[in-house]
Design a protein around this ligand. Structure first.
Ligand code: 0A1
Ligand code: ZN
Length: 884
């Protein structure tokens, strides 16, 4: 037994025996190596003696040899950063155990045993925010993906499901509220001002869904009656004073519970559903069984502090976590390669929910915009991976837009192909067939195949291949027949040089130019490298509208003439297609300019004017609601524009895009002022009309700021001063933050003063400055990193300053200062919070797609990070892949 000699700070690398050696070559875990667990753990009993600086954990694991396992007599329990104070087997101290790196190995003679292990942790020192940690004087846990092993030794893999019984005790004054999964079964007073509680969760669950919260919290309480008539107690726990900011989240929770019963036939399965909001959290939220833990930013909202976007984010994330109760918890993942099984499906479910709660069209457009901004660059860069990855070094790096958002798109395509009713039959079968199991993506596809009665054989390639498929669509017209030729290619990605064709469902319509009508929509499914479809009976060449509703997550080259795009932007009855035509009009124009294809001034002018006319029509179209108008007014982002080119000059893209914006702002100045005036007259409310008014109000300012800055500054100050809500206030301040006007400082200072102490709003204050269009933004960010409100220990604050800054404009400043700042951040943050640090690598990892001068500077920064001693597995994996 070598436990006593183990250093208290173990290696995070299971391959490294000596904890002092930095993990420079972390082990690669491969999907194909999956093996059933040798030992199962049917029951877990945990006893916590809570303390902020020292918590004692006694874990009693009932273990049973897995008949399907490899028969090993050695029980391997994963650990990370913990040491065992004692190990007992069947109630007696046990000698036959040893450490293997961070893991604890116990040799067991029989088939069934009880293993009791005592460990200690220091939650206050846990700056990684994984495992048990302290946040603002309270204790909470985060166990997904591999945080449970930072609390106690355990197999800590999602295919080991146990029934949990939890006891916790602590000082009543410090921890008046004691929560865990399931139901509270007993509570009582102890000696010396302590108290205790016992919790029991009847549903077997993997360790990543375990949660514990202890602290001084108050609840907004409500109830929900399920479809079968059971009453469920609902609580949202927050710090005293924040209760009034939880009503929107509570409404979202009740709406989600009802929606899941109707849309997917899923009823809640406990008598209690708790949500806790914490201000120190690495991600958005976590679906722990019966005890969801949320980043405060996805719970707290009132009109004075939260924007309309914040409200939507809360509704979506509350729904997402709630929906995991079935897609993730009742049916969980066999291993972490199957992450998209729960995440892709749950994202689709939350997207469909939000579509039903608000504007379906606007939600679809927003989701596509997110996919293009976050996932397309991932898919075309050094970190590209399939939605079901084949290998990883650190699983935390795979909570990506690919696994989540592309994963959702892939399932959405299945739904599009079989139709909603048959899809529902498939999901019913999936939940039925796999309830209580740890399943695979293959299980999901098979259930849809069987339940919906479909052949998804070739479709499975979407799970295995990375890269955004490219589809070229060309239309020929002769003798009244329109023939559309479709050609697909899936680009090579790291480790996948050759690709096979995928199944691409394309919703398509052909418009009659004269009447503006179409003959109904068709679903064309492209399976081969190329195909042709013909449509007869047209008097003149029709206009092609394809990939309507963004029916497939592809990059489409439809080679459309400007006139056709203008036509679709004005007439397409599919709202996404209409948005897409506007986007494409701008993309073709700007890419023509930056790619050097559009050299002659006349062509440039014609392009601008076509866009100007289309935008003017959008501004003035009485048939459009303002939420949709706002969408149509948004120009394609710089990252998306850069995506269109093999190698881009981000400086030129910025200049050209800003140039176009300024021209449009100047050209349509009067219409934009009138739009702003009309929208300003609409009183605050949460109706679609009022929200739409707020959206276009700020959109109008954005154009005016570029084309008529003095007018914009005046209107922004007016909007700021008149604001009775955060959407207007933030929109106005965003515009002012980008302008060189003395009022910029005045309003920023006023905003800071007004919201001092409100962490979520102070985050906005940092973001507005870091993401602004101001020419001296690099200096501003440098100064802000030294502001007394800035700290590296709170992920929201770090992101608010630096993620906003990685948006193209300032990040790519000449001379590489932006790159240096992000690299410095990564090096400084990595020892504190590796998971959050590693998320900043991707923007630098784009170096191969950037013009040579900047490219070299970006690469040099990656090399500097790579050379830093003691790098975490998280950052190591991302940096080495980005350089590789
Ligand atoms: N399952 C959560 C996401 C999540 C993943 C890892 C975490 O560790 C810090 C936290 C949350 C979800 O999809 O919402
Ligand atoms: Zn999720």
């Amino acid at each position: 037994m070598d436990i006593a000699s183990r250093p208290s700070e173990p290696s995070t690398n299971p391959e490294t025996a000596d904890a002092a050696v930095p993990p420079h070559a972390p082990a690669t875990i491969r999907r194909e190596d999956y093996q059933q667990p040798a030992w199962l753990v049917p029951e877990v009993a945990l006893d916590f003696a809570l303390g902020l600086e020292a918590t004692r954990v006694e874990a009693r694991l009932s273990v049973a040899r897995n008949p399907a396992g490899n028969g090993s007599p050695t029980l391997r329990l994963a650990g990370d950063g913990i040491t065992a104070e004692s190990v007992a087997v069947d109630g007696a101290p046990h000698g036959a155990w040893k450490m293997d790196g961070p893991d604890l190995l116990v040799d067991l003679p029989g088939e069934v045993h009880e293993v009791t292990i005592v460990t200690w942790t220091n939650p206050a020192a846990n700056s990684q925010l994984m495992g048990l940690y302290a946040s603002n004087g309270m204790l909470c846990t985060q166990c997904e993906a591999e945080g449970f092993r930072r609390i106690t030794f355990h197999p800590d893999r999602p295919d080991v499901l146990s029934i949990y019984r939890v006891r916790m005790s602590g000082t009543k004054a410090q921890f008046p509220v004691l929560l865990s999964n399931g139901n509270c079964t007993a509570r009582g007073e102890g000696a010396d001002g302590t108290h205790w509680a016992e919790w029991y969760d009847p549903w077997p669950k993997p360790s990543y869904l375990f949660a514990l919260v202890a602290g001084d919290l108050v609840a907004n309480h409500d109830t929900f009656t399920t479809i079968s008539g059971r009453t469920v107690d609902l609580n949202i726990w927050v710090r005293d004073g924040d209760q009034d900011r939880t009503h929107h989240a509570m409404q979202a929770l009740k709406d989600s519970m009802k929606w899941d019963e109707e849309a997917f036939g899923r009823e809640y399965d406990l008598d209690l559903f708790n949500i806790v909001a914490v201000s120190d959290f690495n991600m958005g939220a976590m679906e722990n069984k019966g005890l969801n833990v949320f980043n405060t930013r996805y719970i707290l909202a009132d009109p004075d502090t939260a924007t309309d976007m914040d409200y939507d984010g809360i509704e979506g994330v509350v729904a997402h976590e709630y929906f995991h109760n079935w897609s993730g918890n009742r049916v969980t993942c066999r291993d972490w390669f199957q992450l998209s099984l729960k995440e892709g499906f749950t994202v689709l479910r939350d997207q469909l929910f939000s579509q039903d709660m608000g504007s379906e069209a606007v939600k679809r457009i927003e989701d596509v915009r997110i996919l293009r901004a976050a996932q397309f660059p991932e898919d075309s860069g050094p970190l590209a991976h399939p939605i079901r990855p084949d290998s990883y070094q650190e699983i935390s790096n795979f909570y990506t837009a690919t696994v989540y958002n592309k994963g959702a798109e892939v399932i959405r395509m299945m739904r599009t192909m079989v139709g909603p009713e048959r899809f529902r039959k498939g999901t019913d079968l999936y939940f039925d067939r796999h309830d209580g199991e740890a399943a695979t993506c293959e299980d999901f596809v098979k259930a849809i195949e069987d339940g919906a009665g479909a052949d998804l054989g070739q479709f499975r390639r979407w799970y295995a291949q990375a890269g955004t498929p490219r589809v070229e669509a060309r239309m020929d017209f002769a003798e009244g027949v329109a023939t559309v030729t479709l050609t697909q290619t899936v680009p090579p990605t790291p480790g996948q040089p050759g690709k096979q064709p995928v199944v691409i469902p394309l919703r398509l319509a052909l418009f009659d130019r004269a009447s503006g009508a179409n003959r109904g929509e068709e679903l064309v499914v492209l399976r081969e490298p190329s195909m042709q479809v013909s449509f007869a009976g047209f008097a003149e060449r029709p206009v092609l509208s394809i990939n309507r509703g963004f029916s497939a997550p592809i990059a489409l080259d439809a080679g459309q003439a400007t006139a056709d795009l203008v036509f679709l932007a004005a007439h397409d009855d599919d709202p996404f297609a209409r948005y897409e035509a506007m986007q494409q009009l701008v993309v073709q124009h700007l890419i023509g300019l930056v790619g050097g294809a559009m050299l002659c001034q006349a062509e440039r002018d014609a392009g601008r004017e076509a866009i100007g006319r289309a935008l003017e029509a959008v501004i003035g179209d009485p048939a459009l609601d303002d939420l949709m108008r706002g969408e149509l007014m948004i120009l394609p982002g710089e990252t998306y524009l850069a995506e269109q080119l093999a190698v881009a000059d981000p400086g030129v893209i910025h200049e050209e895009r800003e140039g176009l914006k300024a021209w449009l702002g100047a050209q349509l100045r009067d219409q934009l002022i009138a739009l702003h005036e009309r929208a300003s007259a609409v009183p605050y409310g949460l109706s679609a009309e009022a929200r739409g008014a707020r959206k276009i109000k700020t959109q109008a300012l954005v154009y005016l700021a570029a084309g008529a800055p003095e007018v914009a500054a005046d209107l922004a100050v007016q909007q700021y001063d008149a604001a009775d809500n955060m959407t207007d206030r933030q929109g106005a301040l965003m515009v002012l933050a980008g302008l060189d006007t003395p009022l910029r400082e005045v309003k920023l200072a006023a905003f800071h003063q007004r919201y001092a102490g409100n962490a979520l709003v102070i985050d906005k204050w940092f973001s507005l400055q870091a993401g602004s269009l101001h020419p001296r933004v690099v200096d501003h960010v440098k100064a802000l990193s030294g502001h007394p409100d800035f700290t590296l220990t709170n992920p929201n604050r770090v992101r608010s300053l630096y993620m906003a800054f990685t948006a193209p404009h300032a990040f790519h400043a000449q001379g590489g200062e932006g790159y240096r700042m992000i690299a410095d951040l990564i090096v400084a943050l990595d020892p504190i919070n590796p998971q959050t640090a590693a998320r900043f690598v991707a923007p630098l990892g784009r170096w191969r797609r950037v013009e040579p001068m900047r490219s070299a500077l970006m690469r040099a920064e990656l090399e500097r990070i790579a050379a830093t001693p003691g790098l975490s597995k998280d950052t190591f994996e991302q940096v080495s892949k980005s350089l590789g």
